[in-house]
Design a protein around this ligand. Sequence first.
Ligand code: ZN
Length: 334
Amino acid sequence: MLPKLHLMFQVEIIDSVPMSHNTLLSALPAQAVVREVGLRDGLQSIATVLPTERKCAWIADAFAAGQREIEVGSFVPPRLLPQLADTAEVLAFAKTLPGLTASVLVPNLKGAERALDGDADLMILPLSASHAHSLANLRKTPDDVVDEMRRIRAARDASGKQTLIEGGVGTAFGCTIQGEVKHSEVLRLMQALLDAGADRVSLADTVGYADPVAVSRLFEQALKIAGDRFCCGHFHDTRGLALANVFAALQLGVARFDASLAGIGGCPHAPGASGNAASEDLAEVPAARGVDTGIDLPALLALRQKVVGWLAGEPTSGTLWRAGLPKTMAAVAA
Ligand code: ZN
């Protein structure tokens, strides 16, 4: 019985520490955004082509469940990603929802021009910090992508549109082709994107190599470089660490995270890689610590069930749907 008593004693001590003295939680933001990327990162990695009406129904339900930022697709050539060929139509629908920030991924200037035509609220230019991954994925070096950012910024400014530009530095924690990616190279490229005209930047663990300590170290440096212009963390759950990584970034005050409903997705260049952290699971992490996400979790869980039904046979993940919300949280919500 002694070990148990000892444990109880420890719990009591921890509980008695005032919140303001608890450095682990001191930088938690008051609010956090769960940016839905399942319609892009998720759907691009699976064989099923979801009809446009269902994508729009997904967006409408996600909006009704409180999600206010959704990546609706990608302006890549349809022959490369037939799953996302209807991005312009889906974006047009998303733009009808008041207060929704509709973003699209753009691989180059051509894609950016389509995003500007469609009045996207935000376009994200991905840059792979891994030289080898960049060549395999985009057929460009990372510094070529920085040049493309410069052209995209000039096009945006000339268009007079309000579309924001985000530079997303991917393979920030390593990659399946090259292996190690140095933090110094990630940070150099992040600074280069800002200098080339990105309104904001984000970091992505494209293949799921990060762990919470690596996240703390790299994100701390990134925040020093980009300050308020650092906007988002993007974690894949390949090794089951996505939510732990989210929490590590949340502790530094990072307040926006990409997530894919039901954890749909993977990476074409990372065999066996899992999708993003599941949106419904990720939303519970800040909520459990009192950080407001604006998300109605039961509604998001109902949407999960609907979308999983549409994607029969495709791999999905996530844990919250199995057990439901913890009773402690249900009490807080009521
Ligand atoms: Zn991703």
